[in-house]
Design a protein around this ligand. Structure first.
Ligand code: NAD
Ligand code: UD1
Length: 330
């Protein structure tokens, strides 16, 4: 079975390509390199022990994208391609709406035309807004606080409407919680450009001395220790969730949380990182970050039951693998 992976040179896409190949799928990657480097392809091929067809194409460019569909017959699409920086989406809303929403529509149109029955979409827990955890798929979409989150909410609705009118078009809307960690080879992982927005890359860069100290965004939340609580999931577990969704007999558009079901605070992450890697992380507590919520974690029961998938790796695995990757970077 041949799978089109858009955004396959990015953080989650690259890990998923490895898992797909391990499971015997053939993979074709499309990426426009807006947030990745071509060197990633050789690293994936090394880990996968095979050549992988790659097209440097923008998923909003229907004509060029169609060439890929003419070259290959796909049985499924996994659509990772998208812009993902929350802060940047506030300053560049038109870029975010155009890129993320147009690419979803363009791919869905081609999926209709070439009768591709499975479409797996990268959504985010951010579409729940500030509802009370555990977050469960039966909750309505919440209020999103930035254009990035809105592109995910809109894309979910577009794909659901498309699935309603075409019984051959089945969609998995995978709502990721907080992916961290890296492949255990240390070869691939998260490569943020500029100053990291997310917690784990900021911690690993602080450990390496690239950043002087970590800023903890608030210790006055109504949580165990006052810091924000999130459902961190190892990127390899997340990648395996995509393989499980491909194997599942989808019917229409179905939502699945991909999380562990366990919340961990910022202080707990720092402590785990220091204990496992034996490195001190200097930090200061500062103001809350605008748009942050206190607690977000999944109810992962539906994915566990229906997809026969569950996250297996621990916080200790995540902090260990994240640090191994950062250490190896030149
Ligand atoms: P990433 O930036 O590492 O990977 C995305 C890839 O898509 C990049 O290689 C980029 O070059 C490519 N891309 C972007 N726009 C494109 C376009 N128009 N055409 C072709 N390629 C394009 O991001 P990631 O962390 O791997 O995230 C993958 C997906 O999962 C994204 O859609 C993201 O919004 C979503 N997501 C990520 C997280 C997270 O914490 N990383 C959480 C929830 C959802
Ligand atoms: C952020 C995005 C969310 C996106 C997700 C994955 C915001 C408001 N939300 O989620 O839309 O889906 O990334 O890409 O940006 N923290 C610090 N110091 C830091 C960084 C983070 O204390 O330098 C804290 C945060 O306050 C939060 C936790 O660490 O409590 C996790 O933050 P982060 O990794 O940015 O993820 P989210 O905020 O959950």
């Amino acid at each position: 079975m041949k799978i089109l992976v858009t955004g396959g040179l990015g953080y989650i896409g690259s890990h998923t390509v490895i898992e797909l190949i391990t499971e015997g799928y053939q993979v074709v990657i499309v990426d426009n390199l807006v947030n990745s480097q071509i060197e990633m392809l050789a690293k994936i091929e090394k880990l996968a022990k095979q050549k992988i067809p790659f097209y440097q194409v923008d998923c909003t460019d229907e004509n060029n994208l169609e060439e890929v569909f003419l070259d290959h017959q796909f049985s499924g699409i996994i659509h990772f391609a998208g812009l993902k920086a929350v802060g940047e989406s506030v300053s560049l809303p038109l870029n975010y709406y155009y890129n993320n929403v147009t690419s979803t529509i363009t791919l869905a149109k081609l999926a209709f035309k070439y009768r591709i029955e499975k479409f797996i979409f990268s959504s985010s827990a951010t579409v729940y807004g500030d509802q009370k955890s555990p977050l469960i798929e039966t909750m309505p979409q919440g209020v999103t606080t930035n254009p990035y989150g809105e592109t995910k909410a809109i894309s979910e609705r577009i794909l659901s409407d498309a699935a309603k009118i075409n019984e051959n078009f089945n969609v998995a809307l995978l709502r990721y919680f907080n992916p961290i960690g890296a492949h255990k080879s240390g070869l691939i992982g998260e490569l943020p450009t500029g100053i990291p927005n997310n917690l784990m890359p900021y911690i690993t860069q602080t450990a390496k001395g690239i950043r002087k100290q970590l800023y903890v965004f608030g210790d006055d939340y109504d949580t165990l220790d006052g810091t924000g609580v999130r459902d961190y999931i190892h990127v390899v577990d997340l990648a395996k969730g995509h393989v499980a969704a491909l194997k599942y007999n989808l019917s229409g558009a179905e939502i699945f949380n991909l999380g562990t079901g366990k919340g961990t605070s910022v202080f707990e992450i720092i402590t785990a990182f220091e204990r496992v890697n034996k490195i001190k992380i200097p930090y200061v507590v500062t103001e809350r970050r605008a748009g942050d919520i206190a607690i977000s974690y999944a109810d992962p029961t539906k994915a566990q039951k229906n997809l026969n998938w569950r996250a297996e790796l621990t916080i200790d695995d995540m902090v260990k693998d994240a640090w191994r990757f950062e250490k190896n970077l030149k």
